[in-house]
Design a protein around this ligand. Structure first.
Ligand code: PGA
Length: 266
């Protein structure tokens, strides 16, 4: 059974979409679509591109929607041309930062070792890292998804104390399920989430492991969100394309608020 103190959480990364001026339109579309939904039962985050962060922080100011970056550097400051620090994200209104998205790993050569440094830097700065983990299609086909996930998880969390875990969100995003038509099946997702929590318990103890929210991402849409959100192993959803408009995201927020196993008890 999930711990009662894990609040459901739903979020979206805009990836490389939307200008600063789009943030207000997005926020008011969400607000209008969710006027009859009790948003106090869950946490909501939106991860705009860096240039739209201050506009998004202002646009969502009246709503219980937290803002986060899609990446950051591990150093506090210095000669790192083109990079963004944790302090800069906080300065722009962020409370979250997404780390290790599959597109960062695939196109920009990021490694889980550098993600580990970023996790520590985020926590030091008081940002909550949303850490993406996911096996490749090859790992899935060779039946070694859990081994791949264990290695990723142990690498990115090495050096952390059990008390850090409550500030972390894990986003299970199988790489083969991102940007396609079908999400992973509910039973497959449930099994991977159970595995991730078991690895957390083994490394950090059961109590600390129970504090971590584990959310699912990868081709979530209005048709599959209800079944995925209702799984007892799933603490929330992470949405890409379906949430690139405020109306589209609101549909998923509504579903998570109504169907997460913890949504009405948190
Ligand atoms: P998608 O993206 O929902 O468009 O598949 C998910 C993600 O990259 O987090």
């Amino acid at each position: 059974m999930p711990a009662a103190n894990r609040r459901p959480i739903v979020g979206t990364g805009w990836k490389m979409n939307n200008l600063a001026a789009d943030a207000a339109r997005y926020a008011s579309a969400m607000q209008a679509a969710l006027s009859d939904v009790d948003l106090s039962v869950l946490d909501i985050f939106v991860l705009p591109p860096f240039t739209a962060l201050p506009a998004a922080a202002a646009a969502f100011g009246d709503m219980p929607v937290a803002i986060g970056g899609q990446n950051m550097h591990w150093a506090e400051s210095g000669a790192w041309t083109g990079e963004i620090s944790a302090a800069m994200l906080k300065d722009a209104g962020c409370t979250y930062v997404e780390l290790a998205h599959a597109e960062r790993l695939k196109h920009f050569g990021e490694t889980y070792e550098c993600v580990r440094l970023k996790v520590m830097a985020a926590l030091r700065a008081g940002l909550s890292p949303i850490i993406c983990l996911g096996e490749s299609s090859e790992d899935k086909d060779l039946d070694r998804a859990d081994e791949a996930l264990s290695l990723q998880l142990v690498t990115v969390l090495s050096g952390l104390a059990p008390t850090h875990l409550q500030h972390i969100v894990l986003a299970y995003e199988p790489r083969w399920a991102i940007g396609v038509t079908e999400a992973a099946s509910p039973s497959y997702v449930a099994a991977r989430h159970r595995h991730l929590r078991a690895v957390l318990a083994e490394r950090f103890g059961r109590d600390a492991a129970e504090t971590v929210r584990i959310i699912y991402g990868g081709s979530v849409n209005r048709d599959n969100a209800m079944v995925l959100a209702a799984l007892p192993e799933v603490d929330g959803l992470f949405v890409g394309r379906q949430a690139w408009t405020g109306e589209g995201f609101a549909e998923i927020v509504r579903i998570v608020a109504a169907h997460s196993p913890k949504g009405d008890k948190a």
